[in-house]
Write a protein that binds this ligand. Structure first.
Ligand code: SAM
Length: 288
């Protein structure tokens, strides 16, 4: 019989909430995951091996961290909330392979956080996290554009954000292009709002990102590529011939001939272009 996820509420989490006497802070995106089925699903989606190094963002009460520490060789968990640090460190004191770091993930480079592990092995690292939703895009950008990006990320995000990231040409956005440039995204499971304490306003989804060995377009710098992409998306629902001209400060005639060389109909809109077509367009515009 399949279990209703909300029937598998972890008493442990509620005990942790009481034990930690934590009043969840909305400003830090603190929606703790109660549902053990969802917690297990996140861990399973990361295909963890005893040799893996995992970076967790926002361990919160440590429920996901405990599962990660039981399967991975090393876990570094970065938590911003100073109320949680000593409690987490005490809870993981008997697990020296699980390290709690106090800080803001957006100011910490993965290559520095994991310097010891990365210097000992070329296997790279995985990110596994129930993300604080107020910084979802910033965290994804921070990880995907890092000097040493993860090889895999399994992250809980808002369902609508997960769907936007996984969109196909026709419904693409800057967020989707930015993620798909570096990774192949897939929704593993939708998780209802009631699976969290406190329940957020919207449902969530577990998203798996398999990092590409190289970005989707390799002969153009990410800076130049995204300058053109941002220009294309700059004016909502406008035809490319108009949005690109305004965004890049180029005359319409130059945009027209670049679109012709790239074999892209000038009346198309940015959300319809494949990553390959953005690459063709960059080449035709001679941006590097
Ligand atoms: N992992 C726990 C769970 O699954 O129940 C908590 C997840 S909760 C959605 C997000 C966590 O991220 C919170 O513990 C919050 O304090 C932490 N957090 C918020 N902003 C952060 C930041 N900039 N850097 C690191 N952690 C952050």
């Amino acid at each position: 019989m399949t279990q209703n996820p909300i029937q598998s509420v972890s008493q442990n989490v509620m005990e942790q909430v009481q034990r930690y006497q934590i009043d969840p802070k909305r400003s830090l995106g603190q929606n703790f995951l109660l549902d053990t089925t969802a917690l297990d699903k996140i861990v399973a989606a990361a295909d963890l091996l005893p040799t893996d190094t995992v970076l967790e963002i926002g361990p919160g009460l440590g429920t996901l961290t405990t599962r990660l520490a039981s399967q991975a060789g090393h876990v570094v968990a970065v938590e911003l909330d100073d109320r949680l640090i000593e409690l987490l460190r005490a809870d993981f004191a008997d697990k020296p392979h699980a390290q709690i770091v106090h800080g803001d993930i957006l100011t910490l480079a993965p290559s520095e956080l994991l310097a010891d592990q990365l210097s000992q092995s070329t296997a790279g690292y995985k990110v596994v996290a129930n993300l604080p939703y107020y910084i979802t895009s910033a965290v994804l950008r921070h990880l995907l554009e890092a000097a040493v990006p993860p090889k895999l990320a399994v992250v809980m995000v808002q369902k609508e954000v997960a769907e936007r990231i996984c969109a196909q040409p026709g419904d693409l956005s800057i967020l989707a292009v930015s993620v798909q440039f570096y990774a192949v995204p897939r929704i593993v499971q939708v998780v209802p709002a009631a699976a969290f304490y406190p329940a957020p306003k919207v449902d969530s989804a577990v998203l798996r990102l398999d990092l590409r060995p190289q970005p989707a377009v390799t002969d153009i710098s990410p800076q130049a590529f995204f300058r053109v992409v941002r220009a294309g998306f700059g004016q909502k629902r406008k035809q490319l011939i108009n949005s690109l001209g305004a965004g890049l400060g180029l005359p319409k005639s130059a945009i027209q001939s670049a679109l012709t060389v790239a074999a892209i109909d000038p009346t198309r809109r940015a959300e319809t272009l494949t990553l390959d077509e953005w690459g063709q367009l960059c080449r035709a515009l001679a941006v590097r």
